[in-house]
Ligand binder design. Structure first.
Ligand SMILES: [Zn+2]
Length: 407
């Protein structure tokens, strides 16, 4: 149905495009630039209009012109980078007519994609399953998204009788390190609304994400020889432990789900003299989110007061906000995706996303952007997999959304 979908996907997966949180360039790695420029060439070869690579934000954008007037302009967005896991020499393995058995990913049998551990595999029996070869991730997150968007455009080009409005597409960098979309140019993109193709298994649709903040805490202690430390030593590490103990102990990722927010102590390092802590704070509810930040701030203020000194310094900054605040103003774009899924016999799976997406930022920049499935599972590691059939469903969904939008 989409003759180039599989080959395109496999080709993209083999290109290393890991992003790098330690880099301050945009994009953070030159491999992402190279891949984006390759995509630029492909968009030009496909005859798309307005093909543009923006060096300032790393986004590649293009237009596929519509064949009906007055339809809303829909954007489809995917990211070029892969997560923080080995992505050198990705060798995707294609298992046609998957039988439902365990798959030894590497030659030595060290890493097994086991049906007991990953029971969702049962849903893909008989399909064309694509896995890693054990030592890398696959990169279906988000190369599948890119391949699906381009296959949908290709299909529309070959089926000009299908009516659709203008389609805008954008491929951008550094999603996995939460930075890429900060510089997304909503005005230049000029769509009425958009979807990121960046969620997991078939049916997934997200329009609620966390509100997110990070707190960097520095604690100054006083290091004295332990033999003569009485009433003189101030152990920064102990203060760090005391601080953490005052947070609500149930509100941690490992004890929460659904709409429950949390504090995650992400990093703790130091000596008696100085300790550093990093927390991330998450909540879907904006008011609870603000309260959580306030609680942490209060603990620090209180401890400093007791210490009689500003020993604890906290720097808190917001990372992204729940896209629902923007999207619920006009839920028709969620409904459009739901209708398109129903038309294709796909059951929508709509859950509050316990994370953020590029759409969390892009929505708050002014372009409502829910997130749709690409079809893969176990993202960000060696057990990542996807099936061709799932990718076909995502491709069909893009086409159906455009079709319904033009009616
Ligand atoms: Zn992704």
């Amino acid at each position: 149905m989409y003759p180039n979908l599989l080959s395109r996907f496999l080709r993209y997966c083999q290109i290393n495009t890991r992003s790098d949180a330690k880099s301050s360039t945009i994009p953070t790695t030159k491999e992402q630039v190279e891949f984006t420029l390759l995509l630029k060439q492909e968009l030009e070869n496909m005859g798309l209009k307005d093909v543009h690579y923006n060096e300032n934000n790393g986004f590649l954008t293009a237009t596929y012109a519509g064949n009906v007037p007055h339809a809303k302009v829909i954007g489809f967005i995917a990211h070029v980078d892969t997560a923080d896991f080995n992505s050198e020499h990705v060798k995707p393995r294609v298992h046609e007519h998957y039988t439902g058995s365990d798959i030894s990913l590497d030659e030595d049998g060290k890493y097994v994609l086991s049906i007991n551990e990953f029971p969702n595999l049962r849903d893909y029996i008989g399909e064309t399953l694509i896995t890693t070869s054990g030592d890398t991730l696959l990169g279906a997150d988000d190369k599948a998204g890119i391949a699906e968007i381009l296959s949908a455009i290709e299909w529309l080009q070959k089926n000009p009788h299908v009516k659709h409005g203008d389609v805008r597409i954008a491929f951008g960098p550094d999603e996995e390190i939460g930075r890429g979309a900060d510089l997304f140019d909503v005005e230049h993109f000029n769509a009425d609304f958009a979807y990121t193709m960046d969620s997991g298994r078939v049916g997934h649709l997200e329009f609620e994400t966390f509100n997110a903040s990070q707190a960097n805490i520095t604690i100054k202690g006083i290091s004295v020889h332990p033999g003569t430390a009485k009433n003189r030593m101030i152990n920064a590490l102990k203060l760090a432990l005391q601080l953490d103990a005052q947070l609500p102990q149930h509100d941690v990722p490992e004890k929460t789900e659904g709409y429950e927010g949390f504090y995650l102590l992400h990093n703790l390092e130091g000596t008696i003299e100085e300790a550093k802590m990093t927390y991330i704070i998450r909540d879907h509810d904006r008011e609870k989110f603000e309260n959580r930040k306030h609680t942490l701030q209060q603990i620090v203020t209180q401890m400093n007061r007791q210490l009689g000194d500003e020993r604890i310094h906290i720097h808190m900054f917001d990372q992204y906000y729940n896209m629902k605040e923007v999207i619920e103003k006009d839920l028709s774009i969620v409904q459009l995706a739901v209708d398109a899924m129903h038309a294709l016999g796909i059951t929508p799976i709509i859950e509050p996303f316990r994370g953020g997406t590029d759409g969390s930022k892009i929505s708050h920049l002014g372009l409502p952007t829910p997130n749709l499935f690409v079809g893969g599972e176990n993202f960000h590691g060696r057990y990542e997999y996807i099936t061709l059939e799932s990718m076909e469903k995502a491709t069909a969904l893009i086409i159906k959304i455009l079709e319904l939008n033009a009616q």
